[in-house]
Ligand binder design. Structure first.
Ligand code: TMP
Length: 211
């Protein structure tokens, strides 16, 4: 039976995930693969409602634990409703963020202790794991400039102080250092063309391994 695999794109806000994901989708479709694009927070109707609650800049009072559990709740739904069925049909699932973001933002940036993060995340994952996390690494100050130049408002997390976003970035780099088999870090300050070339190289290696 065909079995799909799952790649996550993650990293600093404004690092170019959306553009890269669209190009990777095009690349995979041109090679005849069945691709499912999804995202977190979000990905399902329930997850998209949870996303609105999590990112609402009007509710700065949300407690860190509420935030963590909402990300977990959305993830549990996402895996069960969308990801597992797609993988079992042999699709390549590409998610814009997944559980590495919880470690970076809720642990490294917010400071929730690691055991609590692991407990909630393990409940959400229920034994599931993506095959690879591709981190588009960028200085968050540069990322925010890019977000603002697109004329978009800041969500509740982007509105955090600069050192919060720096801790989140360093969180990704630490995870990549600790689990090199699950992470690839790409320098997103390079030209768009070079970033895409580096990403496609990683995707080709994954295709070689999984198909
Ligand atoms: P996005 O703007 O890339 O869609 O991401 C939404 C925000 O949610 C972004 O600031 C990162 C944050 N986030 C977490 O804090 N924890 C998580 O588990 C996920 C998936 C995202």
């Amino acid at each position: 039976m065909k079995k799909g695999f799952m790649v996550v794109f993650d990293g600093s806000n404004g690092a170019g995930k959306t553009t890269v994901i669209k190009s990777v989708e095009k690349y995979l479709l041109s090679k005849g693969f069945d691709v499912l694009l999804t995202r977190e927070p979000g990905g399902t109707p329930i997850g998209e409602k949870i996303r609105e609650v999590i990112l609402d800049p009007q509710t700065p009072e949300m407690s860190f634990m509420t935030e963590l559990m909402l990300f977990g709740a959305g993830r549990a739904q996402h895996i069960q409703e969308k990801i597992i069925p797609a993988l079992s049909k042999g699709k390549i699932v590409i998610s814009d963020r997944f559980d590495a973001a919880t470690f970076s933002f809720q642990h490294f940036a917010r400071g929730i202790d690691l055991d609590t993060i692991i407990q909630i995340n393990d409940l959400a994952l229920n034994g599931f794991n993506p095959n690879m996390n591709i981190i588009l690494d960028l200085d968050p100050a540069e990322g925010l400039k890019r977000v603002q130049s697109r004329g978009e408002g800041l969500d509740r997390l982007e509105d955090e102080k600069a050192d919060f976003l720096i801790r989140a970035r360093n969180g990704y780099l630490k995870q990549a250092e600790q689990s090199p088999e699950k992470f690839e870090v790409i320098d997103a300050s390079q030209s768009k063309e070079k970033v895409l070339e580096d990403v496609i190289h990683v995707i080709d290696v994954l295709l070689g391994k999984h198909l």
